[in-house]
Design a protein around this ligand. Sequence first.
Ligand code: ZN
Length: 301
Amino acid sequence: MPLQIVHHPDYDAGFAVNHRFPMSKYPLLMEALRTRGLAGPEALSTAEPAPASWLELAHAADYVDQVINCRVPEKIEREIGFPIGPRVSLRAQLATGGTVLAARLALRHGIACNTAGGSHHARRAQGAGFCTFNDVAVAALVLLAEGAARNILVVDLDVHQGDGTADILADDPRVFTFSMHGDRNYPVRKIASGLDVALPDGTGDAAYLERLAAILPELSAQAHWDIVFYNAGVDVHADDRLGRLSLSDDGLRARDDMVISHFRARGVPVCGVIGGGYSTDVPALAARHAILFEVAAGHAR
Ligand SMILES: [Zn+2]
């Protein structure tokens, strides 16, 4: 069985190429996966939009309604970083539905990845920081509500702190949230996760991996996790416009392999989401996101 990958062509909401959010990374990531032989018909599943009943597990009902009906107040749109028109609204519902589907596939097959997701700045009350709905929080709460999982771990290695996920889940005893991120970076006001590790600018591969290697055993000793959501944001990369942690391609690959190997060796299902990545060289950015899928494919069976 090849690595199970969830995607949808409408993950790309068609922003202008010079938009601060590099929307074209989604089709380019799919192209990179096809080039690598990872996107055959047995590998791919198509995301479906998350219904309001799922979204409301993690978000205020009035905010869910505003997004679905494209009536988000301008003040919130500014905090998100783009207006919520029909394509952006659909993309947020699809990316969230995609993470739910990837989580279900991970439970069945051990590992699965969404070619979107990791919208970790979306809080219960509203979106922020290019994040409309918090797909990982929604997926975690859907699995819990259905009884498909009882203990869930979130490993968030995007360079930005997972404030939205913490806002939604940190007080829920069924979920543990871990965020390792750049200290001097968005969001200015961080919301405490179960465990936060803030790294200095220019950390680099060796120090980063050493820190991570020390933490993973602590996390798996805490509980028997039924599933791990892994936010594999590539904005930790040295060439990223927003990151400051100076990881290399090899460092990214070693990071993804460290996380996935650790949990798969213990029989814990892993649901990977791509998280952040900001670069004007979008093909290079897409190749960076493809690393998660290359590594995950090595652990699929
Ligand atoms: Zn980020």
